[in-house]
Design a protein around this ligand. Structure first.
Ligand SMILES: Nc1ncnc2c1ncn2[C@@H]1O[C@H](COP(=O)(O)OP(=O)(O)OP(=O)(O)O)[C@@H](O)[C@H]1O
Ligand SMILES: [Mg+2]
Length: 242
């Protein structure tokens, strides 16, 4: 296939994706706490900036920047250096006064989307990560608004030719892909991380659940979080076929 692909650069993952993500698409990355969502998404940006000359924007609505730097440094990802070189923009802790928004009834989430769009445009960003979209959707008053807001966000990013990963936090012990059951239908693709309990351990599994316009691997594959970040084992399934 000669079609242009946006490589994640995450070991093993591009093989599951038939070479990488399709450019300008929005992907939901879902998983329970500690499954490695933030690490995987940051690797996507880090590799984009260091290997593929694609500038990244990482928006973390909850964690402060110095903590993000510290966490990723333990995996050999020096985000501070990339930011100084202007290859990666990091917004941590708050955007558009998110703290105030959270506690204000009727807060306008569209303002946040406009800010993100402006940042992408002004800085010619090609890869965006929003970590996570749960807070954004929780600011919407009902399911119709959630759907509209997410559609607006993904369309705006797509129109700017930007490939985006939207992180979705899901509850423990479910096969849900999102908090509200809407998010996975709005996006172009879904990658799910699972922690499957086996005796006294959790076995990490990754699956490409959907990818509009592309073939992809359909099995749950083993992955690990090592000191170099996420590594996917594209030939290893978690269950033997019956
Ligand atoms: N340096 C490291 N070496 C090995 N494993 C690590 C290292 N740093 C973090 N981890 C593993 O990665 C996990 C955190 O990954 P990450 O923050 O990406 O999860 P997450 O899915 O984003 O979680 P949350 O939903 O809480 O935001 C840790 O709980 C730990 O198991
Ligand atoms: Mg996280």
């Amino acid at each position: 296939m000669n079609e242009k692909r946006v490589k994640t650069g995450v070991i093993g993952l591009d093989k599951l994706l038939n070479g990488g993500l399709l450019p300008g698409r929005s992907i939901l990355l879902s998983g329970p706490c500690g499954s490695g969502k933030s690490i995987l998404a940051v690797q996507f940006l880090y590799n984009g900036a260091t290997k593929f000359k694609e500038k990244g924007l990482y928006i973390n609505l909850e964690e402060e920047k110095h903590r993000i730097f510290g966490n990723m440094q333990t995996l050999g990802l020096n985000l501070e250096r990339l930011e100084k070189k202007n290859d990666l923009m990091i917004i941590g802790g708050q955007i558009a006064g998110i703290d105030d928004y959270m506690y204000k009834v009727g807060a306008d989430v569209n303002h946040i989307i406009e800010e993100i769009e402006e940042l992408v445009k002004q800085n010619k960003v090609k890869r965006v990560v929003i970590d996570s979209i749960n807070l954004l959707t929780m600011l919407c008053k009902d399911n119709i608004e959630k759907r509209k807001v997410l559609t607006r966000l993904t369309h705006r990013l797509n129109n700017l030719d930007c490939t985006s990963i939207l992180i979705s936090e899901v509850k423990e012990n479910t096969t849900n892909l999102s908090r509200f059951g809407i998010e996975e239908f709005v996006v172009d693709g879904v990658i799910g991380l699972y922690l499957l309990r086996n005796g006294d351990r959790f076995i990490p599994g990754i699956v490409v659940r959907k990818m509009r316009g592309s073939d992809h691997d359909k099995s749950i594959r083993l992955y690990k979080i090592t000191k170099r970040g996420i590594e996917v084992y594209p030939n290893e399934t978690l269950f033997t076929e019956i």
